[in-house]
Design a protein around this ligand. Structure first.
Ligand code: CMP
Length: 150
């Protein structure tokens, strides 16, 4: 066997988005149903883990919102229990995933979207999705090392 065949395949990380199944949805055992919707929409999983954000890590992840009035509540919520973080791949991953999850506020989310089905309110909104290709790369690296991405 040639040694190259043992090396992991190096693939460029384009067409990816980063999702979190947030503490509200995880604690209500919605993870499987949410993953079904993600697979049905044509995404594949490049990386996935069950983890819990520390206060410091949550503040780092949501640093862009640090001046917003909801920031402290958001950090308290996002550190309140385990989350599932995953890198998802698909053509046009960021935009297609944002369509699949629906508006930040579930009251405004379209029928059939993940947030319409599983979110409680604008804060406890079941899932996160990256808002740009640039942030998808940053957020993917926040959760996963190169060896954890397949
Ligand atoms: P997310 O997509 O993870 O990105 C930022 C999060 O902040 C968002 O989902 C919501 O959980 C939360 N958020 C955004 N706007 C508000 C708001 N007006 N009130 C409370 N939480 C908010």
């Amino acid at each position: 066997m040639r040694s190259e065949t043992l090396k992991p395949k190096k693939r460029r990380m384009s067409n990816i988005t980063l999702t979190m199944i947030k503490p509200d949805a995880f604690s209500k055992n919605f993870s499987g149903k949410i993953m079904d919707k993600i697979y049905d929409a044509g995404f594949t999983i490049r990386a996935m883990k069950l983890t819990r954000l520390s206060e410091e890590r949550a503040k780092q992840f949501y640093a862009v919102h640090s001046e917003r009035p909801f920031f402290n509540d958001l950090i308290r919520f996002m550190t309140s229990g385990p989350i599932i973080a995953a890198i998802l791949e698909k053509d046009n991953a960021v935009d297609d995933f944002r369509k699949l999850i629906g508006s930040t506020n579930p009251e405004e989310a379209e029928e059939g979207t993940i947030r319409k089905a599983f979110a409680e309110n604008i804060e406890r909104n079941a899932v996160h999705g990256s808002d740009s290709n640039e942030n998808a790369q940053i957020e993917a690296s926040f959760f996963f090392s190169g060896k954890e991405i397949f």
